[in-house]
Design a protein around this ligand. Structure first.
Ligand code: UD1
Length: 417
């Protein structure tokens, strides 16, 4: 089932419930290791990255069981600090197990997570911060070995607000001796979700949601129940798909307060949005307007994870748009695929493109080369006249529970084959 076929040109209509957040689920699952007890994490999305995290936890000695829409994780018998190389290689976010395992055991061995398809994705910030907390790193035969006889609090300033590094510092910090003061923490809502889970477990973290966190270390943590919030990136994908197709949809559970930059963009593109406690109602324009410039930024700026979807929508915009990617260097691999559908896009630099809107796209054979770019091709397929095939959809399933089912609920003609 690694292809998606779409018969496009249909305005989305209807309502869909937004799945749990991938980027919140993964570090929270890693954090379950710290309690040595049982936690029930509700609303986990059934996506391949979550399955991979569950197998990594099992390989470390945890019992992990699906129960209804959640994962029950019992981390009482964690013995080993060595992670299965294949699972680490397949998933960059296995990196958050580093902080969690250092909090739990004194030594961790994992394959170097290395680069990935959207850019080089270095881990220098993770290493420098954990070193300040007493961790020693060695590289042996491609394996990264981290050990800490005594994990201690520290005053850390992140030179760049890395989401993953912030999470690793929090995970190690709650188990360290003494307090950790983190300046320059990333502000992404998934970090606040991780902190709230840890608070439920008994941790004390001050400044949640701000760039200065004080993590009080050394408290005993207990297993707990916790509900993962809705996925703002999945909600943003469907929201923008509605703008692109001129549809009218309701996104149940969509977190409006976390989507400010996306909502602003959708309004500038001509969309009308209405908010309620239950979600967001979106009405798309007949044809999206081109906004002059879209630039990705760390939260609360426009998310890099929705850049490709915004690009796909602007291919049919009325006018020109410059899109600049400021977070990852290799996030325009979708450009050549969109050109096959009739899009007019000029690559100005590695991280900057000029999109000249065309009145219509046509269906084509395309290939997903990474997760968010793949979802954006599905959105382009919805907007295009005729049939679009997207191959390589295993990437999409890393982050979207069932994109075809969701879009069918919104009236799209889309199947996975
Ligand atoms: C997380 C998200 C990902 C999102 C990204 C940015 C998860 C599982 N993934 O990824 O979906 O696109 O945030 O919002 O939550 N950097 C360094 N050195 C480091 C670490 C990062 O230079 O040690 C750089 C990266 O190359 C990038 C920037 O910092 O340019 C941001 O990366 P980071 O916030 O760490 O992203 P991830 O946590 O990997």
């Amino acid at each position: 089932m690694d292809s998606i076929h779409i018969w496009g040109g249909v305005a989305l209509q209807g309502e869909v419930c937004i799945q749990g957040s991938k980027n919140a689920t993964l570090p929270i699952l890693a954090a379950t290791l710290l309690t040595g007890e049982c936690s029930y994490i509700k609303n986990c999305p059934r996506i391949s990255d979550v399955y991979a995290m569950a197998s990594l936890l099992r390989s470390l000695g945890c019992t992990v069981i699906w129960q209804e829409n959640g994962l029950l994780v019992d981390s009482s018998s964690v013995k080993r600090g060595e992670m299965c190389s294949e699972a680490v290689r397949g998933m960059r976010s296995s990196l958050c197990l580093l902080g969690a395992m250092l909090g739990r055991c004194s030594e961790v061995v994992m394959e170097h997570p290395g680069g990935c398809v959207i850019g080089s994705r270095p881990i220098d910030l993770h290493i420098a911060a954990l070193e300040q907390m007493g961790v020693e790193f060695r590289e042996e035969a491609g394996m990264l070995k981290a050990s800490a006889d005594r994990l201690h609090g520290a005053e850390i300033t992140l030179p760049k607000p890395s989401v993953g590094a912030t999470e690793n510092i929090i995970l190690a910090g709650v188990m360290a001796e003494g307090d950790t003061i983190l300046e320059g923490a990333a502000l992404e809502p998934e970090i606040a979700a991780l902190c709230r889970y840890l608070e439920h477990c008994g941790a004390c973290i001050e400044g949640i949601g701000s760039s200065r966190l004080v993590i009080r270390g050394g408290r005993t943590l207990y297993g707990t129940d916790f509900e993962v919030p809705a996925d703002r990136i999945v909600a943003g994908t469907y929201l923008l798909a509605c703008i692109g197709t001129g549809g009218s949809i309701f996104l149940e559970r969509a977190p409006g307060d976390e989507l400010e930059a996306v909502i602003k963009l959708a309004e500038r593109m001509g969309g009308k949005l209405y908010f309620s406690e239950e979600g967001i109602y979106v009405q798309g324009p007949d044809r999206p307007k081109s906004v002059e410039r879209i630039e990705t930024a760390t939260y609360p700026g426009f998310p890099t994870d929705l850049q490709s979807v915004a690009l796909a929508v602007e291919t049919m915009g009325e006018g020109d748009t410059i899109i600049e990617e400021k977070i990852f260097e290799n996030r325009f691999r979708i450009v050549e695929e969109l050109r096959k559908m009739g899009a007019c896009i000029e690559q100005l630099e590695e991280t900057r493109v000029l999109v000249r809107g065309v009145p219509a796209l046509h269906g084509a054979e395309t290939e997903a080369k990474e997760l968010r770019g793949g979802a954006a091709l599905a959105v382009a397929g919805l907007m295009a006249q005729g049939k679009t095939c997207v191959s390589g959809c295993l990437y999409i399933y890393r982050g979207y529970e069932n994109i075809c089912r969701d879009l069918r609920e919104l009236g799209a003609r889309i199947i996975s084959v």
